[in-house]
Design a protein around this ligand. Structure first.
Ligand code: FES
Length: 274
């Protein structure tokens, strides 16, 4: 007589309620394509952002006051002159520490704990499961009830910090209305920074935690018409959260890349005013 199945043998793909088939999946379409593209897209962003955050060059175009979002706010004496509008309380930072180190962990935390990104990397990287009707490699499943995944519940706090960061990026975009003579001016860089910050706000406001903040825990929407209206607007944006998640990854890289080209002198900013 064989030993009774252990707890892990009774769960997940080994559950007695699952069909006993040898194949991992019976799907014949390209189910692997979406997870693969997700991995490539996320990897491209992580590699690009990591390199740019550590190089400490070409992140601020002083003439037009273009500061890349990867270095904002720049709060150290190591920042180039003119890029530290909020002061330099941190003193000199060793080369090993990115100049935007205060904000980067929060931005990373906000994205990593985002409901959309969770879906993306749980499927694409953790393969849990990689696609509908494709068995995952793991034998057990504990969801987000234990460490480390229980930490995902702090997402709402990252949302609050993301609002502050978006305000700082808004300030940077306003500062980019800067002419070469020190007065008012508009260049292609200004438009890129403004476009980026509008999309960042759209991504931040479309967050599920924001939706809960504005409309959660209400028993009667009819008694809270303003919050109901806000909740309705956030819900519309929330339906586009995935698209905004990807678009803002792209606009962050485009904004940084453009600032790099202008500040390094590789490209002259296309000026529309002054
Ligand atoms: Fe995606 Fe909050 S759910 S940022």
């Amino acid at each position: 007589m064989s030993a009774p199945p252990t707890k892990s043998e009774n769960r997940g793909v080994a559950s007695p309620r699952r069909a006993r088939i040898a194949e991992r999946t019976l799907r014949t379409d390209r189910w692997w394509q979406a997870p693969l593209l997700t991995v490539l897209g996320l990897a491209a962003f992580v590699i690009y952002a990591s390199i740019r955050s550590w190089v400490r060059t070409a992140y601020f175009a002083e003439e037009y006051h273009y500061l890349t979002p990867f270095y904002s706010p720049c709060l150290s004496d190591s920042c180039v002159p003119g890029s530290s509008d909020f002061g330099t309380p941190l003193g000199e930072l060793p080369m090993i520490i990115p100049l935007g180190f205060l904000v980067l962990p929060f931005l990373l935390g906000f994205r990593l704990t985002c409901y959309y990104y969770r879906k993306a990397y749980y499927r694409s990287i953790w393969l849990s499961p990689p696609a509908c009707a494709v068995a995952e490699p793991h034998r057990t499943y504990s969801g987000e009830t234990r460490l480390p995944l229980i930490v995902q519940n702090v997402h709402r706090y990252f949302f609050y910090v993301a609002v502050v960061v978006s305000l700082i990026n808004t300030y940077d975009a306003i500062r980019a209305f800067h002419g070469a003579d020190g007065g008012f001016g508009i260049g292609l860089g200004t438009l890129i920074l403004v476009g980026n910050v509008i999309l960042l706000w759209a991504y931040t406001v479309s967050c599920h935690s924001c939706r809960h903040v504005v409309g959660g825990r209400l028993t009667h929407f009819s008694k809270h018409p303003v919050r109901y209206w806000l909740w309705t607007q956030v819900s519309k944006l929330n339906a586009r959260h995935m698209q905004l998640a990807w678009t803002t990854l792209a606009t962050l890289m485009i904004t940084d890349f453009y600032v790099m080209l202008v500040s390094s002198g590789t490209l002259s900013d296309l000026r529309l005013v002054n």
